[in-house]
Design a protein around this ligand. Sequence first.
Ligand code: UDP
Length: 477
Amino acid sequence: MKKEKKHEADGSGCHVVLFPCSLKGNLNSMLKLAQLLALHHLHVTFVNTNHHFCDFQALSQTYPTLHFKTFPHAFLHNPPSGDHSTAELYSSMNSHAKPLLTHILLSHNPTLTCLIADGFVAALSAEVADQLGIPLIHFRAISVSSFWALFCAPILFQSKQLPITGDEDMDRIITTLPGMENTLRCRDLPSFFRGTQSHLVNPLKSMVHECHQSLRAQALILNTFEELDGPLLSQIRLKFPKVFAVGPLHSHLNSRRECDAKTTPSTSSFSEVDTSCLTWLDSQPLKSVIYVSFGSIATVTREELMEFWHGLVNSKKRFLWVMRPDMVVGKDEDSHDRVPPELEEATKERGFIVGWAPQEEVLAHKAVGAFLTHSGWNSTLESLVAGVPMICWPFFADQQINSRFVSEVWKLGLDMKDVCDRHVVEKMVNDVMVHRRDEFVRSAQEMARLAHKSVSPGGSSYSSLDDLIQYIKSIGQ
Ligand code: UDP
Protein backbone atom coordinates (compact mmCIF):
# COMPACT_ATOMS: atom_id res chain seq x y z
CA MET A 1 0.00 0.00 0.00
CA LYS A 2 2.81 2.36 1.01
CA LYS A 3 4.66 1.61 -2.21
CA GLU A 4 1.56 2.42 -4.27
CA LYS A 5 1.20 5.78 -2.52
CA LYS A 6 4.81 6.64 -3.27
CA HIS A 7 4.23 5.80 -6.94
CA GLU A 8 1.22 8.05 -7.06
CA ALA A 9 3.10 10.89 -5.42
CA ASP A 10 5.81 10.94 -8.08
CA GLY A 11 3.39 10.46 -10.93
CA SER A 12 4.49 6.99 -11.95
CA GLY A 13 1.12 5.45 -11.05
CA CYS A 14 -0.64 7.57 -13.69
CA HIS A 15 -1.06 6.48 -17.26
CA VAL A 16 -2.10 8.92 -19.95
CA VAL A 17 -2.89 8.19 -23.61
CA LEU A 18 -2.12 11.03 -26.04
CA PHE A 19 -4.10 10.95 -29.28
CA PRO A 20 -2.70 13.55 -31.69
CA CYS A 21 -3.84 14.68 -35.11
CA SER A 22 -1.53 13.43 -37.88
CA LEU A 23 -0.42 16.87 -39.08
CA LYS A 24 3.27 17.64 -38.49
CA GLY A 25 2.63 20.91 -36.62
CA ASN A 26 0.09 19.25 -34.30
CA LEU A 27 2.33 16.21 -33.81
CA ASN A 28 5.32 18.41 -33.00
CA SER A 29 3.61 20.28 -30.21
CA MET A 30 1.79 17.26 -28.78
CA LEU A 31 5.02 15.27 -28.71
CA LYS A 32 6.59 18.09 -26.68
CA LEU A 33 3.69 17.80 -24.23
CA ALA A 34 4.23 14.02 -24.08
CA GLN A 35 7.90 14.57 -23.19
CA LEU A 36 7.00 17.08 -20.49
CA LEU A 37 4.57 14.60 -18.91
CA ALA A 38 7.15 11.81 -19.13
CA LEU A 39 9.75 14.07 -17.47
CA HIS A 40 7.33 14.10 -14.53
CA HIS A 41 7.32 10.26 -14.48
CA LEU A 42 3.82 9.86 -15.86
CA HIS A 43 3.39 6.80 -18.08
CA VAL A 44 2.55 8.18 -21.49
CA THR A 45 1.35 6.28 -24.55
CA PHE A 46 1.68 8.44 -27.66
CA VAL A 47 -0.52 7.16 -30.49
CA ASN A 48 1.28 7.66 -33.76
CA THR A 49 -0.99 7.42 -36.79
CA ASN A 50 1.23 9.26 -39.22
CA HIS A 51 3.43 8.69 -42.21
CA HIS A 52 6.27 10.86 -41.03
CA PHE A 53 9.78 9.99 -40.06
CA CYS A 54 10.58 10.29 -36.34
CA ASP A 55 13.19 8.62 -34.17
CA PHE A 56 10.82 7.20 -31.57
CA GLN A 57 13.42 4.73 -30.34
CA ALA A 58 15.77 7.51 -29.23
CA LEU A 59 12.89 9.25 -27.48
CA SER A 60 11.90 6.09 -25.62
CA GLN A 61 15.50 5.70 -24.45
CA THR A 62 15.55 9.27 -23.17
CA TYR A 63 12.16 8.97 -21.50
CA PRO A 64 11.68 5.45 -20.08
CA THR A 65 7.97 6.09 -19.31
CA LEU A 66 7.16 7.32 -22.84
CA HIS A 67 5.83 4.66 -25.21
CA PHE A 68 4.69 4.79 -28.80
CA LYS A 69 1.89 2.87 -30.47
CA THR A 70 2.25 3.20 -34.20
CA PHE A 71 -0.53 2.73 -36.76
CA PRO A 72 1.08 3.94 -39.99
CA HIS A 73 -1.24 5.19 -42.70
CA ALA A 74 -4.20 4.86 -40.36
CA PHE A 75 -6.07 7.74 -41.94
CA LEU A 76 -4.39 8.74 -45.22
CA HIS A 77 -1.91 7.01 -47.50
CA ASN A 78 -0.13 10.19 -48.52
CA PRO A 79 1.12 12.79 -46.07
CA PRO A 80 -1.16 15.84 -46.10
CA SER A 81 0.08 18.78 -48.15
CA GLY A 82 -2.05 21.86 -48.67
CA ASP A 83 -5.48 22.70 -47.36
CA HIS A 84 -7.29 20.20 -49.56
CA SER A 85 -5.65 17.15 -48.05
CA THR A 86 -5.87 18.62 -44.56
CA ALA A 87 -9.63 18.69 -45.04
CA GLU A 88 -9.45 15.09 -46.28
CA LEU A 89 -7.49 14.14 -43.19
CA TYR A 90 -10.14 15.81 -41.03
CA SER A 91 -12.91 13.81 -42.71
CA SER A 92 -10.86 10.62 -42.65
CA MET A 93 -9.98 10.90 -38.95
CA ASN A 94 -13.58 11.61 -38.08
CA SER A 95 -14.81 8.61 -40.06
CA HIS A 96 -12.14 6.09 -39.05
CA ALA A 97 -10.58 7.08 -35.72
CA LYS A 98 -13.40 5.85 -33.48
CA PRO A 99 -12.67 2.08 -33.61
CA LEU A 100 -8.93 2.69 -33.35
CA LEU A 101 -9.24 4.99 -30.34
CA THR A 102 -11.76 2.65 -28.67
CA HIS A 103 -9.40 -0.30 -29.19
CA ILE A 104 -6.44 1.59 -27.72
CA LEU A 105 -8.35 2.81 -24.69
CA LEU A 106 -9.90 -0.59 -24.00
CA SER A 107 -6.50 -2.28 -24.17
CA HIS A 108 -5.26 0.00 -21.36
CA ASN A 109 -8.37 0.20 -19.20
CA PRO A 110 -8.70 0.08 -16.16
CA THR A 111 -5.14 1.29 -15.52
CA LEU A 112 -5.70 4.39 -17.63
CA THR A 113 -5.87 7.74 -15.83
CA CYS A 114 -7.08 9.89 -18.71
CA LEU A 115 -7.07 10.55 -22.44
CA ILE A 116 -5.52 13.71 -23.86
CA ALA A 117 -6.86 14.18 -27.40
CA ASP A 118 -6.16 16.81 -30.06
CA GLY A 119 -9.07 19.23 -30.50
CA PHE A 120 -9.04 18.27 -34.22
CA VAL A 121 -11.07 15.23 -33.11
CA ALA A 122 -12.91 16.89 -30.23
CA ALA A 123 -16.37 15.41 -30.84
CA LEU A 124 -15.15 11.92 -31.59
CA SER A 125 -12.83 11.74 -28.58
CA ALA A 126 -15.61 13.06 -26.31
CA GLU A 127 -17.96 10.37 -27.61
CA VAL A 128 -15.46 7.54 -27.03
CA ALA A 129 -14.35 8.85 -23.61
CA ASP A 130 -18.00 9.19 -22.52
CA GLN A 131 -18.82 5.66 -23.65
CA LEU A 132 -15.87 4.14 -21.82
CA GLY A 133 -16.09 6.42 -18.78
CA ILE A 134 -12.52 7.70 -19.21
CA PRO A 135 -11.65 11.27 -18.14
CA LEU A 136 -10.84 13.46 -21.14
CA ILE A 137 -8.60 16.50 -21.61
CA HIS A 138 -8.44 18.36 -24.93
CA PHE A 139 -5.22 19.77 -26.31
CA ARG A 140 -5.38 22.65 -28.80
CA ALA A 141 -2.41 22.93 -31.14
CA ILE A 142 -3.83 26.05 -32.80
CA SER A 143 -3.55 29.59 -31.44
CA VAL A 144 -5.82 30.73 -28.63
CA SER A 145 -7.09 33.64 -30.77
CA SER A 146 -8.28 31.29 -33.52
CA PHE A 147 -9.82 28.83 -31.07
CA TRP A 148 -11.72 31.66 -29.40
CA ALA A 149 -12.79 33.26 -32.71
CA LEU A 150 -14.19 29.91 -33.86
CA PHE A 151 -15.89 29.34 -30.53
CA CYS A 152 -17.53 32.78 -30.77
CA ALA A 153 -18.68 32.38 -34.40
CA PRO A 154 -22.36 32.03 -33.33
CA ILE A 155 -22.11 35.47 -31.65
CA LEU A 156 -20.76 36.91 -34.90
CA PHE A 157 -23.66 35.44 -36.87
CA GLN A 158 -26.16 36.75 -34.31
CA SER A 159 -24.72 40.26 -34.49
CA LYS A 160 -24.77 40.12 -38.32
CA GLN A 161 -20.97 40.39 -38.59
CA LEU A 162 -20.98 37.09 -40.46
CA PRO A 163 -21.19 35.52 -42.99
CA ILE A 164 -18.49 36.96 -45.20
CA THR A 165 -20.14 37.18 -48.60
CA GLY A 166 -18.52 36.94 -52.03
CA ASP A 167 -18.48 40.72 -52.63
CA GLU A 168 -17.46 41.54 -49.06
CA ASP A 169 -15.17 44.43 -48.15
CA MET A 170 -12.46 42.31 -46.53
CA ASP A 171 -11.22 45.35 -44.59
CA ARG A 172 -14.52 45.63 -42.70
CA ILE A 173 -13.81 45.65 -38.96
CA ILE A 174 -15.24 42.89 -36.76
CA THR A 175 -16.61 44.73 -33.73
CA THR A 176 -18.40 42.11 -31.62
CA LEU A 177 -15.82 39.40 -30.97
CA PRO A 178 -15.44 39.25 -27.16
CA GLY A 179 -11.90 40.15 -26.09
CA MET A 180 -10.95 41.14 -29.65
CA GLU A 181 -13.40 44.00 -30.32
CA ASN A 182 -12.17 46.09 -33.29
CA THR A 183 -8.91 44.11 -33.58
CA LEU A 184 -9.73 42.06 -36.65
CA ARG A 185 -10.82 42.79 -40.21
CA CYS A 186 -12.75 40.17 -42.16
CA ARG A 187 -9.49 39.13 -43.79
CA ASP A 188 -7.94 38.41 -40.38
CA LEU A 189 -10.47 35.79 -39.35
CA PRO A 190 -9.30 32.13 -39.60
CA SER A 191 -9.54 30.98 -43.23
CA PHE A 192 -12.58 28.76 -42.56
CA PHE A 193 -14.69 31.95 -42.20
CA ARG A 194 -14.06 32.75 -45.86
CA GLY A 195 -16.02 29.70 -46.92
CA THR A 196 -13.99 29.11 -50.07
CA GLN A 197 -12.89 25.58 -49.22
CA SER A 198 -15.81 23.85 -50.90
CA HIS A 199 -14.12 20.42 -50.77
CA LEU A 200 -14.90 20.20 -47.05
CA VAL A 201 -18.64 20.23 -46.48
CA ASN A 202 -19.34 23.43 -44.62
CA PRO A 203 -15.89 23.76 -43.00
CA LEU A 204 -16.78 26.63 -40.69
CA LYS A 205 -19.74 24.74 -39.26
CA SER A 206 -17.54 21.68 -38.57
CA MET A 207 -14.77 23.73 -36.97
CA VAL A 208 -17.19 25.65 -34.75
CA HIS A 209 -18.85 22.38 -33.76
CA GLU A 210 -15.45 20.86 -32.85
CA CYS A 211 -14.61 23.90 -30.67
CA HIS A 212 -17.87 23.60 -28.76
CA GLN A 213 -17.27 19.89 -28.19
CA SER A 214 -14.33 20.81 -25.98
CA LEU A 215 -16.95 21.83 -23.39
CA ARG A 216 -17.39 18.07 -22.91
CA ALA A 217 -13.76 17.63 -21.83
CA GLN A 218 -12.80 18.00 -18.17
CA ALA A 219 -9.96 20.38 -19.00
CA LEU A 220 -8.22 22.21 -21.83
CA ILE A 221 -4.47 22.42 -22.48
CA LEU A 222 -3.31 25.40 -24.54
CA ASN A 223 0.07 26.07 -26.13
CA THR A 224 0.43 29.68 -24.99
CA PHE A 225 1.37 31.72 -21.92
CA GLU A 226 -0.41 34.30 -19.78
CA GLU A 227 1.81 37.23 -20.77
CA LEU A 228 1.02 36.62 -24.46
CA ASP A 229 -2.67 35.76 -24.42
CA GLY A 230 -3.84 36.86 -20.94
CA PRO A 231 -6.95 38.82 -22.07
CA LEU A 232 -8.17 35.97 -24.29
CA LEU A 233 -7.42 33.35 -21.64
CA SER A 234 -9.66 35.33 -19.25
CA GLN A 235 -12.46 35.15 -21.82
CA ILE A 236 -11.93 31.43 -22.40
CA ARG A 237 -11.97 30.72 -18.66
CA LEU A 238 -15.50 32.13 -18.47
CA LYS A 239 -16.61 29.14 -20.57
CA PHE A 240 -13.95 26.54 -19.75
CA PRO A 241 -13.33 26.37 -16.00
CA LYS A 242 -10.12 24.30 -16.20
CA VAL A 243 -7.57 25.76 -18.59
CA PHE A 244 -3.87 24.96 -18.46
CA ALA A 245 -1.74 27.41 -20.47
CA VAL A 246 1.61 25.60 -20.53
CA GLY A 247 3.36 27.05 -23.58
CA PRO A 248 5.44 27.77 -25.46
CA LEU A 249 5.82 23.99 -25.27
CA HIS A 250 9.17 23.71 -27.07
CA SER A 251 10.71 26.32 -24.81
CA HIS A 252 9.07 24.80 -21.74
CA LEU A 253 10.56 21.42 -22.58
CA ASN A 254 14.03 22.94 -22.97
CA SER A 255 13.67 24.75 -19.67
CA ARG A 256 12.57 21.63 -17.76
CA ARG A 257 15.33 19.57 -19.35
CA GLU A 258 17.88 22.05 -18.08
CA CYS A 259 16.44 21.61 -14.58
CA ASP A 260 16.61 17.82 -14.98
CA ALA A 261 20.27 17.24 -15.75
CA LYS A 262 19.70 13.49 -16.23
CA THR A 263 17.70 13.98 -19.42
CA THR A 264 19.73 14.40 -22.56
CA PRO A 265 18.04 16.17 -25.45
CA SER A 266 16.90 13.95 -28.32
CA THR A 267 15.55 14.92 -31.66
CA SER A 268 11.80 14.79 -32.23
CA SER A 269 11.50 16.07 -35.78
CA PHE A 270 8.93 14.49 -38.08
CA SER A 271 11.10 15.01 -41.18
CA GLU A 272 14.70 14.28 -42.04
CA VAL A 273 16.53 17.46 -41.22
CA ASP A 274 19.21 18.97 -43.46
CA THR A 275 21.69 20.53 -41.03
CA SER A 276 24.02 21.85 -43.75
CA CYS A 277 22.28 25.21 -43.44
CA LEU A 278 23.71 25.63 -39.93
CA THR A 279 27.24 25.48 -41.35
CA TRP A 280 26.23 28.03 -43.98
CA LEU A 281 24.73 30.27 -41.28
CA ASP A 282 27.97 30.04 -39.27
CA SER A 283 29.74 31.89 -42.07
CA GLN A 284 27.19 34.73 -42.37
CA PRO A 285 27.42 38.07 -40.55
CA LEU A 286 25.40 38.82 -37.42
CA LYS A 287 21.62 39.23 -38.02
CA SER A 288 22.17 39.41 -41.79
CA VAL A 289 19.97 36.51 -42.95
CA ILE A 290 16.23 36.32 -43.51
CA TYR A 291 14.96 32.80 -42.84
CA VAL A 292 12.05 31.79 -45.11
CA SER A 293 9.75 28.85 -44.37
CA PHE A 294 6.09 28.14 -44.99
CA GLY A 295 5.84 25.18 -42.61
CA SER A 296 4.84 21.63 -43.45
CA ILE A 297 1.55 22.09 -45.34
CA ALA A 298 1.36 25.46 -47.11
CA THR A 299 1.82 25.45 -50.86
CA VAL A 300 2.66 28.18 -53.39
CA THR A 301 2.02 28.43 -57.10
CA ARG A 302 5.00 28.86 -59.43
CA GLU A 303 3.94 32.51 -59.87
CA GLU A 304 3.91 33.13 -56.12
CA LEU A 305 7.26 31.40 -55.80
CA MET A 306 8.68 33.82 -58.38
CA GLU A 307 7.28 36.86 -56.55
CA PHE A 308 8.97 35.75 -53.31
CA TRP A 309 12.20 34.85 -55.10
CA HIS A 310 12.48 38.16 -56.97
CA GLY A 311 11.51 40.09 -53.84
CA LEU A 312 14.18 38.35 -51.76
CA VAL A 313 16.88 38.82 -54.39
CA ASN A 314 15.91 42.48 -54.97
CA SER A 315 16.07 43.17 -51.23
CA LYS A 316 19.81 42.41 -51.52
CA LYS A 317 19.62 40.53 -48.22
CA ARG A 318 20.99 37.03 -47.59
CA PHE A 319 18.31 34.36 -47.31
CA LEU A 320 17.91 30.79 -46.11
CA TRP A 321 14.82 29.24 -47.69
CA VAL A 322 13.04 25.96 -46.88
CA MET A 323 11.60 24.63 -50.15
CA ARG A 324 9.84 21.35 -49.46
CA PRO A 325 9.66 19.05 -52.49
CA ASP A 326 5.84 19.28 -52.35
CA MET A 327 5.69 23.02 -51.76
CA VAL A 328 5.10 24.27 -55.31
CA VAL A 329 1.79 23.42 -56.98
CA GLY A 330 0.28 24.21 -60.34
CA LYS A 331 0.61 23.36 -63.99
CA ASP A 332 4.33 23.90 -64.22
CA GLU A 333 5.23 21.29 -61.60
CA ASP A 334 8.24 19.96 -63.51
CA SER A 335 10.03 23.24 -63.06
CA HIS A 336 9.36 23.63 -59.35
CA ASP A 337 12.96 23.09 -58.29
CA ARG A 338 14.54 24.93 -61.22
CA VAL A 339 16.37 28.10 -60.25
CA PRO A 340 15.29 30.82 -62.70
CA PRO A 341 18.38 31.77 -64.78
CA GLU A 342 18.04 35.49 -64.01
CA LEU A 343 18.15 34.72 -60.26
CA GLU A 344 20.82 32.03 -60.32
CA GLU A 345 23.84 34.19 -59.63
CA ALA A 346 22.25 36.20 -56.79
CA THR A 347 20.87 32.99 -55.24
CA LYS A 348 24.32 31.38 -55.33
CA GLU A 349 25.88 34.50 -53.83
CA ARG A 350 23.41 35.28 -51.07
CA GLY A 351 20.99 32.38 -50.79
CA PHE A 352 20.84 28.85 -49.38
CA ILE A 353 17.99 26.43 -50.05
CA VAL A 354 17.13 23.28 -48.07
CA GLY A 355 14.27 20.78 -48.11
CA TRP A 356 13.75 20.82 -44.33
CA ALA A 357 15.70 22.82 -41.75
CA PRO A 358 16.29 22.37 -38.01
CA GLN A 359 14.01 25.37 -37.48
CA GLU A 360 14.41 25.96 -33.75
CA GLU A 361 18.21 25.98 -34.15
CA VAL A 362 18.01 28.19 -37.22
CA LEU A 363 15.88 30.78 -35.44
CA ALA A 364 18.25 30.75 -32.47
CA HIS A 365 21.29 31.30 -34.73
CA LYS A 366 23.01 34.65 -34.38
CA ALA A 367 23.12 35.18 -38.17
CA VAL A 368 19.31 35.18 -38.47
CA GLY A 369 17.75 38.65 -38.41
CA ALA A 370 14.13 38.00 -39.48
CA PHE A 371 11.68 35.24 -40.39
CA LEU A 372 9.42 35.26 -43.44
CA THR A 373 6.77 32.82 -42.24
CA HIS A 374 3.35 31.40 -43.08
CA SER A 375 2.38 32.13 -39.45
CA GLY A 376 1.70 28.55 -38.37
CA TRP A 377 1.25 28.56 -34.60
CA ASN A 378 4.42 26.56 -33.86
CA SER A 379 6.52 28.74 -36.14
CA THR A 380 5.06 31.88 -34.55
CA LEU A 381 5.93 30.66 -31.04
CA GLU A 382 9.40 29.50 -32.12
CA SER A 383 10.17 32.91 -33.64
CA LEU A 384 8.77 34.69 -30.63
CA VAL A 385 10.89 32.64 -28.21
CA ALA A 386 14.01 33.32 -30.30
CA GLY A 387 13.23 37.06 -30.33
CA VAL A 388 13.21 37.14 -34.15
CA PRO A 389 10.91 39.69 -35.89
CA MET A 390 8.52 38.27 -38.49
CA ILE A 391 7.12 39.00 -41.92
CA CYS A 392 3.88 37.06 -42.22
CA TRP A 393 2.34 35.51 -45.31
CA PRO A 394 -0.55 33.44 -43.90
CA PHE A 395 -1.83 30.53 -45.94
CA PHE A 396 -4.84 29.02 -44.14
CA ALA A 397 -6.47 27.85 -40.88
CA ASP A 398 -5.36 29.94 -37.87
CA GLN A 399 -2.58 31.65 -39.83
CA GLN A 400 -4.63 34.70 -40.89
CA ILE A 401 -5.45 35.62 -37.30
CA ASN A 402 -1.95 34.77 -36.03
CA SER A 403 -0.38 37.18 -38.52
CA ARG A 404 -2.79 39.94 -37.41
CA PHE A 405 -1.76 39.41 -33.79
CA VAL A 406 1.94 39.43 -34.73
CA SER A 407 1.65 42.77 -36.51
CA GLU A 408 -1.10 44.67 -34.68
CA VAL A 409 -1.35 43.26 -31.16
CA TRP A 410 2.16 42.13 -30.27
CA LYS A 411 3.96 44.43 -32.76
CA LEU A 412 6.52 41.77 -33.63
CA GLY A 413 6.63 42.34 -37.38
CA LEU A 414 4.65 43.00 -40.55
CA ASP A 415 1.68 41.23 -42.12
CA MET A 416 1.61 40.69 -45.89
CA LYS A 417 -1.79 38.97 -45.61
CA ASP A 418 -3.47 38.46 -48.99
CA VAL A 419 -0.77 40.14 -51.05
CA CYS A 420 1.99 38.31 -52.90
CA ASP A 421 4.04 40.85 -54.80
CA ARG A 422 7.80 41.11 -55.31
CA HIS A 423 7.84 44.86 -54.48
CA VAL A 424 6.01 44.27 -51.21
CA VAL A 425 8.36 41.40 -50.32
CA GLU A 426 11.42 43.57 -51.04
CA LYS A 427 10.04 46.52 -49.06
CA MET A 428 8.98 44.45 -46.06
CA VAL A 429 12.33 42.64 -45.89
CA ASN A 430 14.12 45.99 -45.83
CA ASP A 431 11.67 47.50 -43.35
CA VAL A 432 12.06 44.63 -40.89
CA MET A 433 15.81 44.16 -41.35
CA VAL A 434 16.90 47.79 -41.79
CA HIS A 435 14.52 50.77 -41.52
CA ARG A 436 12.33 49.61 -38.60
CA ARG A 437 14.75 47.04 -37.25
CA ASP A 438 15.32 48.59 -33.81
CA GLU A 439 11.60 48.91 -33.12
CA PHE A 440 10.85 45.29 -34.04
CA VAL A 441 13.92 43.86 -32.35
CA ARG A 442 13.03 45.70 -29.14
CA SER A 443 9.49 44.30 -28.98
CA ALA A 444 10.60 40.82 -30.13
CA GLN A 445 13.28 40.65 -27.44
CA GLU A 446 10.88 41.83 -24.74
CA MET A 447 8.37 39.14 -25.76
CA ALA A 448 11.15 36.52 -25.78
CA ARG A 449 12.07 37.59 -22.24
CA LEU A 450 8.46 37.16 -21.10
CA ALA A 451 8.24 33.75 -22.80
CA HIS A 452 11.39 32.54 -21.03
CA LYS A 453 10.12 33.88 -17.72
CA SER A 454 6.83 32.02 -18.12
CA VAL A 455 8.56 28.63 -18.50
CA SER A 456 11.14 29.21 -15.75
CA PRO A 457 10.55 28.11 -12.14
CA GLY A 458 7.80 30.29 -10.67
CA GLY A 459 6.62 31.46 -14.12
CA SER A 460 3.00 31.24 -15.26
CA SER A 461 3.38 28.28 -17.66
CA TYR A 462 5.76 26.50 -15.31
CA SER A 463 3.17 26.70 -12.49
CA SER A 464 0.37 25.76 -14.87
CA LEU A 465 2.20 22.58 -15.91
CA ASP A 466 2.70 21.69 -12.24
CA ASP A 467 -1.04 22.24 -11.74
CA LEU A 468 -1.79 20.02 -14.75
CA ILE A 469 0.37 17.21 -13.36
CA GLN A 470 -1.34 17.53 -9.96
CA TYR A 471 -4.72 17.53 -11.70
CA ILE A 472 -3.92 14.31 -13.60
CA LYS A 473 -2.68 12.70 -10.41
CA SER A 474 -5.88 13.75 -8.62
CA ILE A 475 -7.96 12.03 -11.34
CA GLY A 476 -5.85 8.90 -10.87
CA GLN A 477 -6.53 8.63 -7.14
N1 UDP B 1 9.71 22.95 -39.26
C1 UDP B 1 10.99 22.46 -39.21
N2 UDP B 1 11.77 22.61 -40.31
C2 UDP B 1 11.35 23.23 -41.44
C3 UDP B 1 10.05 23.75 -41.47
C4 UDP B 1 9.24 23.60 -40.35
O1 UDP B 1 11.43 21.89 -38.20
O2 UDP B 1 12.13 23.31 -42.39
C5 UDP B 1 8.86 22.76 -38.07
C6 UDP B 1 8.69 24.05 -37.32
O3 UDP B 1 9.76 24.22 -36.42
C7 UDP B 1 7.33 23.88 -36.65
C8 UDP B 1 6.60 22.92 -37.59
O4 UDP B 1 7.56 22.37 -38.47
O5 UDP B 1 7.48 23.26 -35.38
C9 UDP B 1 5.55 23.62 -38.43
O6 UDP B 1 4.46 23.89 -37.62
P1 UDP B 1 3.58 25.19 -37.83
O7 UDP B 1 2.50 25.13 -36.80
O8 UDP B 1 4.40 26.41 -37.83
O9 UDP B 1 3.00 25.06 -39.29
P2 UDP B 1 2.24 23.88 -40.08
O10 UDP B 1 3.31 23.03 -40.64
O11 UDP B 1 1.37 23.16 -39.09
O12 UDP B 1 1.49 24.62 -41.12
